[in-house]
Design a binder for this molecule. Structure first.
Ligand SMILES: Cc1ncc(C[n+]2csc(CCOP(=O)(O)OP(=O)(O)O)c2C)c(N)n1
Ligand SMILES: [Mg+2]
Length: 319
């Protein structure tokens, strides 16, 4: 691997942070501590981390209803994220957005989105803005296999291709949109093949291999940055949990879930880092312990933060 040690290690830490954040949220939501809906990213950690490792701090992302992993990977503060999930005034959206609407423009996080396919035109618009301003920014657009059937996807990718916009479209193909198996509502095997229809490169990669995701995205980001236009990258992965927390798992064969849990992204990456002498066992454990501590603090912070004051209910409604 021809990458700086810091980047290799930070990808390990990033995936662990998502894994532990989501595991906490699963348990705290089940315990009734959080309002609203949560859609967890467990199992898909390598996609967000590999893609965000390929961009710079000044670049932007758009996210989805399953957005916690994207926001952590783009540098989101887990304290403010956890507070937002608790509906507290110290959250990214002052507690008024919740899990599906976390935005942090100063970090280039242009928003999670409860509208399936809703982030895709936003990414395309941000790409047009970057091009017109000659800012040199690249936009990574995360969306699901289900969203790739929406009109917003086709219209957005067409415009981005026609105008050579600096956008990398990262489709997370986790095989399902809610309870619908995607192959029942799509004829093409690889969503990546849809790039052909827009005259842009389309590439399918193992979404559970963080280095494969990183390398595909890095090449696409370089292409975007030199004004050569967008790329479509399909990351094949799987969500471990049901579509939202609390939904019964009636539509997936248990063997399928077990097989994907078996080939999870973090353990093999940790083993590879140790085998290659990049980390010792003790160092890998220490990184994980630090992540766990940071999440303990995030939960304390969220629990002890105030709710938004009633008189602020009508603030922040318009931009
Ligand atoms: C426009 C729109 N249609 C339908 C829904 C309901 N809905 C929420 S998530 C979802 C499935 C999305 O599937 P996919 O894009 O594959 O993302 P995943 O949940 O698998 O991450 C649907 C249909 C919605 N939120 N917005
Ligand atoms: Mg899906």
């Amino acid at each position: 691997m021809d990458l700086p040690r810091d980047k290799i290690v930070s990808m390990y830490e990033g995936m662990l942070k998502i894994r532990h954040f989501e595991s906490r949220v699963r348990d705290l939501f089940a315990a009734g501590e959080m309002p609203g809906f949560v859609h967890l990213y467990l199992g898909q950690e390598a996609v967000a981390v590999g893609a965000c490792a390929a961009i710079e701090a000044g670049d932007c992302i758009t996210s989805t209803h399953r957005g916690h992993g994207h926001i952590i990977a783009k540098g989101g503060d887990v304290k403010r994220m956890m507070a937002e999930l608790y509906g507290k005034a110290t959250g990214y959206n002052k507690g008024k957005g919740g899990s599906m609407h976390i935005a942090a423009p100063s970090l280039g996080i242009l928003g999670a989105n409860g509208i399936v396919g809703g982030g895709i035109p936003i990414a395309t618009g941000a790409g047009l803005s970057a091009k017109l301003r000659q800012s040199g920014q690249v936009i990574v657009c995360f969306f699901g296999d289900g969203a790739s059937n929406q009109g917003t996807f086709h219209e957005s990718v067409n415009i981005a291709s026609a105008f050579d916009l600096p956008v990398v479209y990262v489709c997370e193909n986790n095989l399902y949109g809610v309870g619908t198996r995607q192959t029942n509502v799509r004829k093409v095997e690889d969503i990546a093949d849809r790039g052909v229809g827009y005259g842009i490169p389309g590439l399918a990669v193992d979404g559970n291999d963080v280095i494969a995701v990183y390398e595909a995205c890095k090449e696409a980001v370089d292409r975007a940055r030199e004004s050569s236009g967008p790329t479509l990258i399909e990351c094949k992965t799987y969500r471990w949990q049901t579509h939202f927390e609390g939904e019964p798992d009636t539509y997936r064969p248990p063997e399928e879930v077990a097989a994907w849990v078996q080939r999870e992204p973090i353990g093999p990456y940790r083993r590879m880092l140790i085998d290659q002498g990049i980390l010792t066992e003790a160092e890998a454990d220490e990184i994980e312990a630090h992540v766990v501590e940071e999440l303990d603090q995030a939960v304390d912070f969220a629990r002890n933060s105030p709710l938004p004051a009633p008189e602020t209910a009508l603030e922040d409604l318009w931009a």
